[in-house]
Design a protein around this ligand. Structure first.
Ligand code: PMP
Ligand code: GLN
Length: 382
């Protein structure tokens, strides 16, 4: 492995899932749902295969999916030309990586807000760029917040872009309009590109609202908005995502995408288009059910003795292990499968600075039985 990719030889999610399988643990580590997406979407994929949609689709993506994404984004008041301002990608992962590769030159800097999803650092390394880390600050009841002053202070003359993930993995923070406005001002003042990761856009609970950064003043011309079908429609294995932005930003993203994968899964594209057009009611029910599962897991973790942090969206809730008498959640995470048959992910895996050593991330995108079984096993820690 070349030095710049050496830190990325394996991912915590894959390793923890392998350990969970080996120890027959309840897996609340890697975030993937244990039930399928809407029936009509699954049928549409089968139909597409039967209809012979099995060869290379167009490079930009199949027209029905480009149209469906454009129409879907109008819910935020944003308008894109499907022919030039939307690109279908192999999941959000490829969309983000291709945007970084196409828009950031070697030696330039990209800001990430820590804790951050692991693929961002790898994408920046692949581009030969430098990552600059700004930590989210934990306030009040444990909500992680953007420190706009720290963000502004991290910008240098070499900074080209920032990656912004909201709803945020692993903390479940949904950035407020004020926080986004602060980020937007830093971007505009310093002529930065924003690459947003909105894969949990539909999975926000209670009063929280997903606001795409591109809708803030001055951001439309400098934002590549990335999302995907995996989390909205319980099809994380289909790997159909999309990037939206001004034509020159999408052309740059496409320049990289076409030599990473060229095109993305043909028969899944009409199926996802169908789901975006007709199954948003299903997604609302999914969101409501995940909100209940969040409460179920959060209450269970609190009863088992954890300090539970607030989470307003995503699949995840973070918990403090110190009330149980532990200090090192990373060490604990690697012991839990053997000791009590539960897998979780240490938040330290999303961070390089200190300050997250006491936190575990638990996924609640699972059946109630699985959540309850995990909670009952976690009681053995007390
Ligand atoms: N971003 C975040 C924040 C994620 O949690 C994930 C994991 N699903 C991804 C991106 C990857 O999305 P996809 O599977 O569409 O590539
Ligand atoms: N997004 C998922 C998580 O955070 C994992 C996806 C992966 O394994 N790369 O758990």
């Amino acid at each position: 492995i070349v030095p710049r990719l050496r830190p990325f030889a394996s991912t915590v999610f894959a390793e923890m899932t392998a350990l969970a399988v080996r120890t027959k643990s309840v897996n609340l580590g890697q975030g993937f749902p244990d039930s399928d997406g809407p029936r009509s979407m699954l049928d549409a994929a089968k139909q597409a295969i039967d209809d012979g949609i099995n060869q290379y689709p167009p490079g930009q993506g199949r027209p029905e999916l480009l149209d469906a994404v454009a129409e879907h984004r109008t819910r935020y008041g944003t308008h894109y030309d499907p022919a030039s301002e939307i690109l279908v990608t192999t999941g959000a992962t490829e969309g983000i990586t291709a945007a970084v590769l196409g828009l950031v030159d070697a030696g330039e800097e990209v800001i990430v807000l820590e804790p951050y999803y692991d693929s961002y650092a790898a994408a920046i390394a692949m581009a030969g760029a430098t990552k600059r880390v700004v930590s989210l600050a934990q306030r009040g009841e444990g909500r992680f917040e953007v420190d706009v002053d720290a963000l502004r202070a991290a910008v240098t003359s070499r900074t080209r872009a920032i990656i912004v993930n909201s709803p945020h993995n692993p903390t479940g923070t949904v950035f407020t309009r004020d926080e986004l406005a602060g980020i937007a001002r830093v971007c505009v003042d310093n002529d930065l590109i924003a690459i947003t990761d909105e894969v949990y856009e539909h999975l926000v609970f209670g009063d929280a609202e997903h606001i795409p950064l591109t809708t803030l003043p001055g951001m439309a011309e400098r934002t590549v908005s990335v999302s995907s079908a995996g989390k909205s429609f319980n099809c994380t294995g289909w790997k159909i995502g999309w990037a939206c932005g001004r034509a020159e930003l999408i052309a740059a993203t496409r320049a990289a995408k076409q030599f990473l994968t060229f095109v993305s899964g043909a028969p899944f594209q009409p199926a996802v288009a169908h789901a975006l057009r007709t199954e948003l009611g299903w997604v609302e029910r999914l969101r409501d059910s995940l909100s209940e599962k969040h409460d179920r897991l959060a209450e269970g973790l609190a009863k088992a003795g954890f300090g539970v942090l607030s989470s307003a969206g995503t699949y995840f809730v973070c918990a403090d292990v110190r009330p149980l008498g532990y200090t090192d959640a990373t060490e604990l995470a690697w012991q839990l499968p053997e000791r009590i048959g539960v897998a979780a992910v240490p938040v330290s895996a999303f961070a390089e600075s200190g300050g997250y050593e006491h936190l575990l991330r638990f996924a609640f995108c699972k059946s109630n039985e699985v959540i309850d079984e995990a909670i009952s096993r976690l009681h053995q820690l007390a």
